[in-house]
Design a protein around this ligand. Structure first.
Ligand SMILES: Cc1cc2nc3c(=O)[nH]c(=O)nc-3n(C[C@H](O)[C@H](O)[C@H](O)COP(=O)(O)O)c2cc1C
Length: 361
């Protein structure tokens, strides 16, 4: 295992100030084949933009512009600047990440039980993370993001991701308005593609926003009013309910330009002594990502592809979850993903894009 570009042994703030780590910090620019200054033309399409490869990093681990630059330098061609908010928002306290012990897949049934978390990071890698989606203030992230948007080389693109913030005493209209405000702030950075995280808490319930189709549609429409022609991607979680996914795709699939699936799968994680692995209120259950959820990302990709055919829509599918090797990348492409992204796998292997691109040739 290589040195991860985000160091789980440090706090979020330390990572923010000192990171990235490992090869992302060496400032060696190596786009891999097709990359950057090479004379080979970029041959993959991403929402109307030509990219060197249909591979990248989803929202989360690239916590500021320095991390995004590290990823671009190492040949990740579609990279997402971490999910931002309309205002400064703190991170949960350290620790935020632990490895999880699991045999095989984290099925929905297994996710009803408990997993053991520890610091034994090994292949096949599955981890849990809990940050609470922190954000710097817009003044900081707008400048930081606009700089890396310009830093991207030919055939590379940076996505700006965001989510709404739930507040005490807020009305639904105020909650939706928060999306409008942040979408406008993102648009001002010059970002060419915007992603909204719908796998986040919904106002007035404890459920994820993406499980509330009506509200998700309202949010997507409100954002599109603000961003106009800029392509919009929605990031969603795993749907156990087939009909709910069908209804969601039917109603939102002609408003948005891309659907990214999946986010993490939540489960209880305890240490070897049975204590909460990531201590703190509301964190007994935390999101699992990496190898153990690959099955769910692949399955969602297949289901989204069928639904896209059924409704004759043309949104693109971004397959996420458990991509740790070039073989995983091809598995997603064969399942129907137009674009594939890796968070956990890329964190522990800064050369994953290069390896994927060598096989793509
Ligand atoms: C350290 C870390 C932070 C994350 N933060 C976010 C986030 O802020 N917003 C988001 O939409 N997803 C976030 N995610 C979820 C990832 O984008 C991705 O959906 C999930 O990890 C599954 O992919 P993987 O198995 O390749 O890690 C985060 C993941 C990791 C590992």
């Amino acid at each position: 295992m290589l040195i991860p570009f985000y160091n789980p042994e440090k706090s979020y703030e330390e990572n923010f100030r000192q990171g990235p780590f490992g090869a992302f910090a060496d400032e060696v620019v190596d786009h891999g084949i097709y990359g950057g200054n090479s004379s080979v033309v970029s041959e993959f399409d991403f929402l109307g933009f030509k990219v060197n490869s249909p591979f990248g990093i989803p929202a989360g681990p690239l916590i500021n512009g320095k991390f995004v630059k590290g990823a671009l330098d190492k040949g990740f061609d579609i990279v997402t600047y971490k999910t931002v908010r309309s205002d400064k928002y703190p991170s949960h306290s350290w620790p935020n990440i632990s490895s999880v012990k699991i045999d095989g897949d984290l099925t929905i049934e297994k996710a009803q039980g408990k997993l053991i978390g520890n610091d034994d990071y090994h292949q096949p890698l599955s981890i849990t993370n809990s940050f609470g989606v922190p954000s710097s203030e817009p003044k900081f992230w707008q400048k930081d993001l606009s700089e890396v948007v310009k830093y991207a080389k030919s055939g590379q693109i940076v996505i700006g991701a965001f989510q709404g913030t739930k507040k005490d005493g807020q009305s639904v209209e105020e909650y939706i308005n928060d999306y409008r405000i942040t979408a406008g702030l993102l648009k001002d950075t010059g970002v060419k593609v915007i992603e909204v995280n719908l796998s986040c808490p919904n106002e007035g319930t404890n459920n994820l926003l993406c499980y509330d189709t009506e509200r998700s549609v309202k949010v997507a429409e409100a954002i599109k009013e603000v961003i106009g022609e800029i392509p919009l991607i929605v990031k969603i979680g795993y749907f156990s309910d087939t009909e709910a996914l069908r209804d969601f795709v039917k109603k939102i699939g002609n408003i948005v330009q891309g659907i990214s699936a999946i986010n993490t799968i939540a489960t209880e994680v305890v240490d070897e002594n049975g204590n909460q692995a990531l201590p703190g209120e509301g964190r007994l259950r935390s999101g699992v990502c990496g190898h153990a959820i690959k099955w769910a990302g692949i399955e969602m990709t297949e289901r989204l592809k069928k639904l896209r055919e059924e409704f004759i829509y043309n949104f693109i599918i971004i397959g996420v979850g458990g991509v740790c090797t070039p073989e995983d990348f091809f598995e997603y492409r064969n399942a129907g993903a137009d674009i594939v992204m890796s968070a956990t796998g890329a964190m522990w292997n800064s050369y994953l894009a290069k390896e994927v691109k060598e096989k793509l040739r």
